[in-house]
Design a binder for this molecule. Structure first.
Ligand SMILES: *Cc1c(COP(=O)(O)O)cnc(C)c1O
Length: 242
């Protein structure tokens, strides 16, 4: 467990250093723990170290860990592909923000259920900035329209955008994804859509958080660098047809 605390400290240092070299205040960037495949006791250790912002990719895992995590107050986001028939379950598990809202049909069903339960939820619009067919997310050219439509749903509060950068060792190609998300954010801000906040940019992971911070990230989502390598390839979590 000490190792987790040490890893978090090292990541926080990486974040702070990246902020300083980009001329940004380290307070502008939050660390979100991507906890897929991680057991509850290890997640609890991270929360106790002072990092209560956590997120799962799969509803099944969210449900399995829900009880055990009640021991410590924390803030639950959802970052995986969400099927509309799982909406009830994420609400039952107190997810406060869906970072992976990528289509209107999902938002409409979410709104219906929120009305029924008299609840509200935060959301980020997920954008597929890498152009990879297999990845989830709205197309960049559709993000503004989707934001406009979701803004009409009064139970869903849009707070920003999320993307998964291209998985590549070529930094400049990865950077293009993050720049694109920033541009879309600026475009949406300029539209002044009632009820829409665009403060948050959720981008950057273990391998590319420095680049994301240089391009304006406000939330980096880190798993591997804190909890170690996962047993499953990321394609299991990110791609269609599984
Ligand atoms: C797993 C995951 C992360 C974290 O990735 P690491 O490379 O393990 O840091 C971030 N975002 C999403 C959507 C993920 O599924």
């Amino acid at each position: 467990m000490n190792e987790i605390v040490e890893n978090i400290a090292a990541i926080r240092q990486r974040i702070d250093k990246a902020c300083r070299s980009a001329g940004r205040d380290p307070k502008e960037v939050k660390l979100l723990l991507a906890t897929k495949t991680v057991a509850p006791d290890r997640i609890l250790a991270a929360i106790r170290a002072g990092y209560p912002l956590i997120a799962e990719n799969k509803v099944q895992e969210l449900k399995e860990k829900y009880e055990a995590l009640q021991e410590e107050p924390h803030d639950n986001h959802f970052i995986g592909h969400l099927q509309s028939n799982k909406i009830k379950e994420i609400l039952r598990c107190d997810v406060r923000c869906v970072q992976s809202l990528d289509r209107l049909s999902l938002a409409q069903k979410l709104q219906q259920r929120l009305e029924f339960e008299d609840k509200h939820i935060d959301a980020f619009i997920q954008v597929n900035t890498s152009g990879e067919e297999s990845k989830f997310g709205a197309k960049p050219e559709d993000a503004l329209t989707l934001t406009r439509e979701v803004a009409k749903l009064d139970r869903i509060h849009i707070k920003g955008l999320m993307t998964i950068g291209l998985f590549s060792a070529e930094t400049e190609k990865v950077r293009r994804c993050f720049k694109l998300l920033k541009n879309i954010q600026q475009e949406i801000i300029a539209e002044n859509i009632p009820g829409v906040e665009m403060k948050e940019l959720s981008m950057g992971m273990s391998g590319d958080l420095e680049t994301a911070i240089e391009e304006g990230s406000t939330i980096v989502r880190v798993g591997t660098a804190i909890f170690g390598q996962r047993q499953y390839p990321d394609s299991y979590y990110w791609h269609e047809g599984r």
